[in-house]
Design a protein around this ligand. Structure first.
Ligand SMILES: Cc1ncc(COP(=O)(O)O)c(C=O)c1O
Length: 393
């Protein structure tokens, strides 16, 4: 019987009977695994060469039981055959792309992806003879027109940061399937609670598990989910490139995942309440939230997602300094560059780009843009805090 999300978040991937009868999955804090004698090594190698499922571990860069419990849990939540865990989201993205792309191949990166992902495509891949081109997120015809005979991968993100643009996944999959292209979607902002990209025909789902999946701002991790044949290739590359995460972070992620459904539902509720409050406030110029009918991708989001997420971006009436004053007068959220945890975090994104006005303009981020990544605090308190900060400007 297929279990529902909250049940899977608690139970999926974990052995029912654990060592010592412990209720929680142990942290197997070791870098390597020893063998009793050479006969045990022979048995291990025979299974490996026959590509049979492994019965034991060999060395920490190739796997860890705590990490594998997390991988099984995330695979269950996304509805994928396999998941691989990485040290960071960037490590998951770069290892997957390096596995799939070779010299002479072409990658299409859809606009709005995380800036470091774009940097990897623009600055690093060409060094190895891989060309990358950018396609707009809201024009499937332009995406189809960007396909070349050498295109191997289409990479997109949904919703994007900070404008929360939503990719129409069924249409993206249709473009790719017509040309035998692998599709990858960074679904960090959506989480499997709000979106299950594999059900829309995508091949690989990526997460910065540092964000919602971990949910407590206390770990870094990344994940790739999809069909076993692709994941087997990526696993081999992970063993070579070495971006595997540690057992302690895997345990923290396992624990964080148990409350994913509860946390994301609350963050969805907070997102809708805060977006509506800001949309009606005279000191706010514009709100970007896919749950609002004014958002350009509202219809796609409504069709594709089961919740609109916990990030709300908005423009305060005024300039860089006035927006900064607003941020400084907020009492509830922390100020910083991440999202997805239980604590609300607000940031003026342009300031993280550059102190130089020209560079900020070139980045396309408005000086008065605020990204508020909502936590699980009570919506009434979040709104009261926004109200007092706006009133004081
Ligand atoms: C959408 C998205 N993808 C990937 C990353 C990179 O993840 P990590 O910081 O875990 O390497 C981030 C980080 O901000 C992100 O927001």
């Amino acid at each position: 019987m297929t279990k529902r999300f909250s049940t899977q978040a608690v139970h999926a991937g974990e052995e029912r009977r654990k060592p010592y009868g412990a209720l929680t999955t142990p942290i197997v804090q070791t870098s390597t695994y020893t063998f009793e004698d050479t006969a045990e090594i022979r048995r291990f190698m025979q299974r490996k060469e026959a590509e049979a499922p492994k019965e034991r571990e060999e060395y920490g860069r190739y796997g860890n039981p705590t990490q594998q419990a997390v991988e099984r849990k995330i695979a269950a939540l996304e509805g994928g055959e396999r998941c691989l865990l990485f040290a960071t989201g960037m490590s998951a993205i770069t290892t997957a792309l390096l596995t799939l792309l070779s010299e002479g191949d072409h990658l299409i990166m859809v606009s709005g992806a995380y800036r470091r992902t774009q940097e990897f495509a623009r600055e690093f891949l060409p060094r190895w003879g891989v060309e990358a081109s950018l396609a707009p997120i809201d024009d499937v015809d332009a995406l189809a027109a960007a396909v070349r005979p050498t295109t191997r991968v289409i990479f997109s993100e949904t919703p994007t940061n900070p404008y929360l643009r939503v990719m129409d996944l069924a249409r993206m999959a249709a473009v790719a399937q017509a040309h035998d292209i692998v599709t990858m979607i960074d679904s960090t902002f959506a989480t499997p609670i709000n979106l299950r990209p594999l059900e829309h025909g995508l091949d690989l789902v990526i997460h910065s598990a540092t964000k919602y999946l971990g949910g407590h701002n206390d770990l870094l991790a990344g994940a790739v989910v999809g069909a076993a044949d692709l994941l087997d290739e990526i696993e081999n590359a992970r063993g070579v490139l070495g971006g595997v995460g540690g057992p302690m972070d895997a345990y923290l992620l396992l624990r964080g995942l148990k409350t994913l459904d509860l946390r994301v539902r609350r963050q969805n509720e907070n997102g809708v309440r805060v977006a509506q409050f800001l949309a009606d406030h005279p000191a706010i110029e514009r709100v970007y939230y896919p749950g609002l009918p004014s958002h350009p991708d509202h219809a796609v989001a409504q069709r594709q997602m089961t919740g609109f997420g916990g990030v709300v971006s908005f423009e305060v009436r005024g300039d860089l300094a006035r927006t900064g004053r607003f941020i400084d007068r907020l009492q509830l959220p922390y100020v910083g560059p991440t999202l997805g945890g239980v604590e609300g975090i607000a940031q003026q994104q342009a300031l993280f780009v550059s102190l130089d006005p020209e560079e900020r303009r070139a980045s396309g981020l408005a000086d008065n843009l605020v990204r508020y990544a909502l936590g699980i605090e009570d919506a009434e308190d979040i709104i009261a805090d926004l109200e007092q900060a706006l009133a004081s400007l």
